[in-house]
Design a protein around this ligand. Structure first.
Ligand SMILES: Nc1nc2c(c(=O)[nH]1)N[C@H]1C(S)=C(S)[C@@H](COP(=O)(O)O)O[C@H]1N2
Ligand SMILES: [Mo]
Length: 586
């Protein structure tokens, strides 16, 4: 094979205008719009539109029933006894303080970006499961039709249905930035605004409890339940209870706010983290009830609640005295000024403009989105890279099907080596090492073999558990002896990345990770020689990082001080071309 400089030159490609263009993006992948979500009941799939129909029908029936029963005296007695808002509620200053009103405004803006980018992330693997292996055919929700069953045979690599084939696009006004397989960009939006939302939430919690305002949204006695039932009946019978929101919330509001602030918001945070390879590998949460696919499903259900909450909340603001309500949230006073409406309309106009700008700006300036995102949250992700993985899976956990991803090697050279049973294969290890070495396949296989059962976490959302067998990177390091100046380890693939002319696939890893006993150059998967689709003859396992960093079809390994001069200098092929981050423990 070629020289070191050849390998590097092959990863380089021209930059210049880097805007995302449909038709060229992600290797010219054709558009595949998301469908309306469908939900599986047993063996049949139902469009979620039925849920909307059911909800409307249910609401109409509920109104009829509520209006009917409201004529009964026992119910009128009940409502009189529990009017909706508990009478004895001391300790709350009436009105909403300024910090609360600002926090509410920031929350709207942050959540708008979080939700839209979150949908884009879902669209990159548009199926939700409960099992850790993301087994085809076991999804409970999906945004597109079934996977073509004739494309699930790993022995037929060029016809394999990859996770990338499975991704779908969203309308640009809905997802950020809408186009298919833009998860790298969507994640910067999602995580950056997550961080802002968490800071906002933390300040909100602290001020809530230090000012006594918590009493507004934390139920303090069980009479909140009958009061909530009473409120619900009053609303449904279309004879609304008095809006006393300036002073205290009714039972239904109290429960809804409490759940949103103290149950669903923390749940969103926890289920987000549970999807991270570093967290799951550290705390052994990869299988069982907290596995990534359950976390992803619950994360999605939190989104459904949030959207439902926002919709109902907005309808109630409009139908229970709009001007008064707007005065509460804009000025914090119990007044009826039209200025509140004017300010509300201006703020909403700004929000609409931000909404409409998000996708076009992202598509036009993707590198800026990556850079800003990396500054805001890259370093937080970097902290998680210090977690140590552990493997506590058993053979029983191994996934029956393991999704595949990536662009297969296309060179004659690869075919020749493959046909020769890898007899001619050489792994070149070079760069900042005392002892640059070429390892033959035979030599690698004759070194001490290690096996581990671990879980793979693709950035797109799927996961899978497999047993990997191979050589520890630490053994390779002992052999080649890195120099103190070596800080990064670059894995070059024999395969190109997805972009035509984009050059060789590669990725950089921290040298600290290479010493970990679970960092492996794997040549076996589930007790069999590695299949072509999964990276034969050699692929990397670094158990704290996402799937795209596990370079397949490894050609060479280079030790460097910095990766600025490699490819476009962002730390890997997908970092260069799809604007991923190079620190990806989450
Ligand atoms: N050379 C190369 N390695 C690659 C890729 C690729 O496109 N080219 N894709 C990565 C991605 S995105 C994932 S999720 C894993 C998938 O590994 P698998 O096909 O064995 O599941 O390989 C990674 N390694
Ligand atoms: Mo991936």
């Amino acid at each position: 094979m070629g020289t070191d400089d050849d390998t590097r030159a092959a990863t380089r490609s021209v930059s210049g205008d880097e805007s995302v263009r449909l038709g060229q993006w992600a290797g010219g992948i054709a558009d595949e719009p998301a469908g309306v979500p469908s939900i599986r009941l047993g063996r049949r799939w139902f469009s979620s539109l039925w849920l909307i129909l059911l909800a409307v029908a249910g609401l109409v029936v509920a109104v009829a029933v509520a209006q009917h029963v409201r004529q009964y005296e026992w119910l009128q007695d009940f409502i009189e006894r529990y009017p909706g808002t508990a009478a004895t509620r001391g300790g709350i200053e009436p009105g909403l303080p300024a910090w609360l009103r600002w926090s509410h405004l920031f929350n709207i803006v942050f959540m708008m970006f979080i939700i839209r980018a979150g949908l884009q992330i879902l669209a990159d693997h548009p199926r939700l499961y409960l099992n850790a292996g993301s087994t085809p055919g076991t999804a409970w929700l999906r945004l597109r039709g079934p996977i073509p069953p004739d494309r699930l045979d790993p022995a037929d690599p060029s016809r394999q249905w990859t996770a990338k084939d499975d991704s779908v696009s969203l309308p640009k006004w809905l997802g950020i930035p809408g186009i298919r397989h833009t998860i790298g960009l969507a994640r910067w939006w999602h995580f950056t605004f997550d961080a802002l939302w968490l800071i906002n939430g933390l300040i909100f919690y602290v001020l809530l409890f230090s000012t006594g305002q918590w009493r507004r949204i934390v139920p303090q006695s069980w009479d909140v339940v009958p009061n909530a039932v009473s409120t619900l009946v009053q609303y449904l019978s279309l004879d609304f209870p008095a809006n006393d929101g300036f002073v205290a919330y009714n039972g239904l509001q109290l429960i809804a706010y409490f759940l949103t602030v103290f149950v669903f918001a923390p749940l969103a945070f926890v289920t987000g983290l549970l999807q991270a390879p570093a967290i799951a590998a550290r705390f052994g949460l990869g299988r069982g009830p907290a596995n990534r696919q359950v976390a992803r499903s619950v994360h999605f259900l939190v989104l459904v609640w949030m959207v439902f909450f926002i919709a109902v909340h907005t309808v109630m603001v409009f139908t229970t005295g709009l001007i008064g309500n707007l005065n509460h949230i804009v000025f914090g006073t119990n007044t009826n000024s039209y200025w509140a409406l004017a300010i509300y309309l201006v703020v909403m106009a700004v929000i609409v403009v931000l909404w409409l700008l998000a996708s076009p700006v992202t598509l036009r300036y993707p590198r800026m989105v990556q850079t800003v995102g990396r500054c805001c949250v890259g370093w937080i992700k970097g902290l998680m890279e210090w977690l140590h993985p552990r493997a506590d899976y058993t053979d029983n956990d191994i996934s029956p099907y393991f999704w595949a991803n990536g662009t297969l090697p296309a060179s004659q050279e690869y075919r020749r080596l493959q046909a020769g049973g890898w007899a001619g294969y050489r792994l070149r290890v070079y760069g900042l090492v005392e002892n640059p070495t070429e390892f033959s396949y035979r030599e690698l296989v004759s070194m001490t073999k290690h096996e581990q059962i671990t879980q793979h976490y693709c950035i797109q959302g799927w996961s899978g558990i497999a047993k990997w067998g191979g050589v520890r990177m630490s053994d390779i390091l002992d052999f080649v002896r890195p120099l103190p100046s070596a800080r990064w380890v670059v894995f070059y693939s024999m395969a190109d990345g997805s972009e035509p002319g984009g050059g060789r696939y590669y990725d950089c890893h921290k040298i600290e990770h290479m010493r970990h006993p679970m960092t492996l150059l794997a040549y076996e998967m589930n007790g069999q020689p590695l299949a072509e689709i999964h990276g034969a003859p050699l692929r990397l396992r670094n158990e704290v990082e996402l799937g795209f960093k596990q370079v397949k079809w490894i050609d060479a390994i280079e030790f460097v001080e910095s990766f600025d001069h490699i490819g476009k200098g962002h730390g890997g092929y997908n970092e260069d071309h799809e604007f991923f981050g190079y620190r990806m423990p989450i």
